[in-house]
Design a protein around this ligand. Sequence first.
Ligand SMILES: NC(=O)c1ccc[n+]([C@@H]2O[C@H](COP(=O)([O-])OP(=O)(O)OC[C@H]3O[C@@H](n4cnc5c(N)ncnc54)[C@H](OP(=O)(O)O)[C@@H]3O)[C@@H](O)[C@H]2O)c1
Length: 270
Amino acid sequence: MDNKNITFIGAGKMASAIIKGLLSSKTFDDKHIFAVEVNEEAAKRAKENFNIKVFSDAKEGIKDADIILIATKPFVVQELLEGIKDSVKDQLIISIAAGITFNKIENILGVNKRIVRVMPNTPALLECGMSAVCKNDKAAEEDIKLVENIFSKIGKVIRCKESDIDAVTGVSGSGPAFYYYIIDKIAKAGEELGLDYKTALMLSSQTALGAAKMIIETGNTPQELIDAVTTPGGTTAEGNKVLKESNIGEILSETVRKTAEKSAQMGKEN
Ligand SMILES: NC(=O)c1ccc[n+]([C@@H]2O[C@H](COP(=O)([O-])OP(=O)(O)OC[C@H]3O[C@@H](n4cnc5c(N)ncnc54)[C@H](OP(=O)(O)O)[C@@H]3O)[C@@H](O)[C@H]2O)c1
């Protein structure tokens, strides 16, 4: 990417997924990717897997960076930023740390910094992630485009406002866990009917994958697709009736709402 240098602070699961995507898509080469990592195991893994230079000192690691990507757990971000604030110049700051607001980062680094927040999710590890990106006032259109380009290497990307991030966390950031739960429950129901769990889990998870692809690739609404597979008086109609008469809609709504509330609360605490 125009010979820009990108430094990841934190080279854990998410950073590794992004680095893998950037290298395999040739968006950056290994000479332009750097990492700062305090955990020796993670540092060793990043060096071995990606052949990139890994620093233990953050100030050293960002010295030649054009882009700084914060990928540590949220609770260390404040201390981390305090430690590097005098060494940050005009780099574009990207943060994937949940609940760390623009305000928080600006309070430490200064209000003139270009910052883009991203909320990715773990299927990014399989280049099937869903990321939402938003920029602060100082960041330019070309900054957010660059970030969209980076995250498009590990899945789909949408733009949002910072005020949407908590809702995004409820739907897609934490969302994989909710789908895992549902997929498991459907598989267990198959097991109760005599299938072995492994087979039932394959049936359930591949069906979830196929249903999601049908929504994304046909452009039909979920209701249109439900109607298309439902014959009046048939098998699907029988199952649909149970779902409709239950309060599953309210339960899922409450699940997403509570998650978003927690995200908002963490944003205030961090
Ligand atoms: N995983 C998700 O689904 C998801 C989704 C959306 C957003 N995020 C965000 O992504 C961020 C990273 O998550 P992750 O799952 O990739 O975490 P992770 O695997 O724990 O990676 C973070 C790495 O940073 C290291 N680290 C801690 N303090 C550091 C410092 N001061 N300087 C440099 N490295 C430091 C950690 O070492 P130690 O382990 O020794 O502390 C760890 O190796 C989080 O802020 C999270 O909110 C994650």
